[in-house]
Design a protein around this ligand. Structure first.
Ligand code: BT5
Length: 243
């Protein structure tokens, strides 16, 4: 994949810029990076704190697969971040289903994947990745401080963000190629090895209901299998709270 980086000093959300570029025809591998996001977004319209010092980026993808097969890309982006932070800084990251990268149970990275597709063809996917790199944890708003961590906070020093981005794109590309050629099964095992969610007691909140149980496994499409008192439930999307 040929990566082409579009660098901005300030945008509302890199996902929004990437979507606009994708609609205008930007090729796969276009990467939008901004120093600051004024309206960084989490899932379901939640706020993503995005001050200077972080890595706020969105990758445009155009995989040739059906929209229903693309769900694991969120997990794959998280896995790429975890591998990169381990390779570059020896940080031990754990993956929380579906879209968080944790260090000691605190969130260092979140992924927001957005898709535009027809019934059986993907037009584009924007994989948004937010990494708390060179940010002081004390600068986080009170309501997020307890759930978040930053690379600077973990290492007690600042890192070279260019190096982080370069290595992350390389890592992501490797995993993306495996995914396109072989599907998710091999990567699923790799994700599970770094998972913090599997084997845990969890509360899952979906649009329709809330369930509790033990997270047992991942499905072929990145779904989470949760064992409840009623039996095994397959969760396609939702929020997961580790209990
Ligand atoms: C996410 O949502 O974790 C997805 C975050 C994706 C951010 C990237 S940055 C580049 C691209 N452009 C965007 O606009 N977004 C993407 P969710 O699972 O819904 O988690 C959101 C929750 O995480 C918030 O409600 C807070 O509790 C917490 N939070 C907010 N900012 C955070 C931060 N910087 N670090 C850690 N946790 C944070």
């Amino acid at each position: 994949m040929q990566f082409r980086i579009e660098h901005f000093s300030e945008v509302d959300s890199t996902n929004d810029v990437a979507k606009r570029l994708a609609i205008e025809g930007a090729p796969e591998g276009t990467v939008v990076i901004s120093e600051i996001q004024k309206k960084g977004r989490g899932r379901k319209g939640r706020e993503w704190f995005s001050p200077k010092g972080g890595v706020w980026m969105s990758i445009i993808l155009r995989p040739k697969m059906s929209p229903s097969q693309a769900a694991p890309l969120t997990l794959i982006a998280g896995l790429a971040v975890a591998k990169t932070l381990s390779e570059l800084y020896n940080l031990k990251c754990k993956l929380k289903w579906p879209n968080d990268v944790l260090i000691n149970e605190k969130k260092v990275c979140g992924v927001l994947t957005e898709i535009s597709a027809g019934i059986d063809r993907i037009d584009y996917i924007v994989a948004g990745i937010g990494i708390n790199a060179n940010i002081d944890i004390d600068s986080f708003p009170g309501e997020f401080r307890g759930v978040a961590t930053t690379i600077k906070n973990e290492l007690n020093k600042e890192i070279l963000r260019d190096e982080l981005v370069e290595q992350l794109l390389e890592e992501f590309e490797k995993l993306y190629k495996i995914f396109q050629k072989q599907g998710f099964s091999k990567l699923k095992e790799e994700w599970k090895k770094s998972a913090s969610t599997i084997g845990r007691k969890v509360r899952i909140i979906t649009d329709r209901r809330t369930i509790e149980g033990i997270a047992r496994d991942l499905g072929e499409n990145g779904e989470l299998f949760v064992e409840t008192q009623e039996g095994i439930e397959k969760i396609i999307s939702g929020d997961c709270i580790h209990l």
